[in-house]
Design a protein around this ligand. Structure first.
Ligand SMILES: Cc1cc2nc3c(=O)[nH]c(=O)nc-3n(C[C@H](O)[C@H](O)[C@H](O)COP(=O)(O)O)c2cc1C
Length: 363
């Protein structure tokens, strides 16, 4: 069946009218059989894909069965070198679940989410998500927070965070959200450890090679792959962005000058940070990591609402010996799941999220 015949058949079946144009384009290009999906589920997923994930891997897949979404981890999208125990993998999927739940609430629906996290393996369903109807009023403001949240890797203004902003963030969960001003002794420890961990990781050939797999040197990949890290997302514009697209590739991203430049930027980033948010979990069990991933996305959405710029920095939690020492250094007894740079900025964000199509996450 060619594209014209396909469109004709779909129009006859009444499917085309409920599908956004970009999904339709992807469906016909990929030649996957078209699945008729409930329009509310489509809408919820369209927001869900805006969730944050390590290296923008978007390691989630879903199966749709009537009014149920079954969520899986996409094992092709793991990061075995920086994340050998799948901690960040689960945190990313959990942020996706939180985003879906938020979107459903914002469009006036309620979801029942059941996690199955005893074991995490390639083909195992991790979450069963059922729509529970309850059409209530919708909130456009909440939906735009999901779309407008973004990771800001640029330098922030010098200065303290507003006390009220920190209180608002900590009110999300007083037990698990901690804040350290950059000027405090513990804030200084985080800054120092971040530079040490970032430098160590950049000089680790396997980890740098793994990262470079997700660095995008071809503009066309925005449409083609819809994942990974583009220069705009890393805070590069103008000449540096031109240089990135013109002269760099996967191989040179593993070379000395690229690595040196990355370390230089990381030093500037911590210098231009007002404070660090540290998110802990109640235990190291998968179910607690899941709760932490959800809390993380709640905190990022709150930051977006309060115009607080944020940048998750995971190197301390990925590198030895920093990851073993950080809890003691900060006097925190619980497992640390996230460290996030915070601050304010007058600079623009990088623009629209780069994401895969809904079609490519449906199995
Ligand atoms: C578990 C996890 C760990 C992350 N670690 C880092 C990190 O170490 N450095 C960084 O720049 N961004 C980190 N991020 C942010 C992602 O890179 C970011 O969410 C992704 O590139 C998508 O971009 P967006 O947040 O602007 O939508 C992390 C995100 C998650 C969920």
């Amino acid at each position: 069946m060619d594209r014209k015949e396909f469109m004709k058949a779909m129009t006859a079946l009444g499917i085309i009218s409920v599908l956004p144009k970009d999904i339709l384009k992807a469906q016909t290009l990929n030649k996957k059989p078209m699945q008729k999906i409930d329009s509310t589920i489509q809408q919820i997923l369209a927001y869900g894909i805006h969730a944050p994930s390590s290296h923008n891997t978007q390691p989630w897949k879903v199966k749709i069965e009537e009014n149920k979404i079954k969520a899986f981890g996409d094992f092709q999208r793991r990061l075995p070198f920086v994340d050998p125990n799948n901690r960040e993998f689960l945190l990313s999927i959990s942020a996706f679940i939180e985003t879906i739940d938020n979107a459903a609430m914002a469009i006036g629906n309620r979801l029942q989410i059941e996690p199955f996290l005893g074991l995490i393996s390639a083909d195992k369903e991790l979450f069963s998500i059922e729509m529970k109807g309850n059409k209530q009023s919708s909130s456009i403001a909440k939906l735009s927070l999901i779309e407008n949240r973004f990771t800001d890797r640029k330098n922030y203004n010098i200065g303290e965070m507003s006390k009220q902003d920190i209180t608002n963030l900590q009110d999300l969960d007083r037990e698990n959200i901690h804040f350290f001003s950059s000027n405090s002794p513990k804030g200084k420890i985080i800054s120092d450890l971040q530079i040490q961990a970032f430098t160590k990781q950049s000089n680790d050939k396997s980890k740098q090679w793994e990262l470079s797999d997700w660095l995008r040197f071809d503009k066309d990949q925005k449409e083609k792959s819809g994942d990974g890290l583009f220069p705009e997302m890393l805070g590069l514009n103008g000449l540096p962005k031109f240089v990135w697209y013109s002269f760099f590739n996967k191989k040179s991203a593993n070379g000395n000058s690229f690595i040196k430049q990355g370390i230089k930027s990381a030093i500037e980033q911590v210098k231009h940070t007002s404070g660090f948010l540290v998110i802990t979990s109640n235990s190291s069990e998968n179910i607690s990591i899941y709760e932490s991933g959800r809390l993380y996305q709640k905190a990022l959405l709150k930051c977006t609402e309060l115009s607080i710029r944020n940048h998750t920095i995971s190197q301390i939690l990925e590198e030895e010996p920093m990851k073993n020492d950080i809890s003691d250094n900060l006097g925190i007894k619980k497992p640390i799941q996230f460290i996030i740079r915070l601050g304010y900025s007058n600079q623009d964000g990088y623009g629209k999220h780069i994401r895969r199509s809904i079609n490519s996450i449906i199995i």
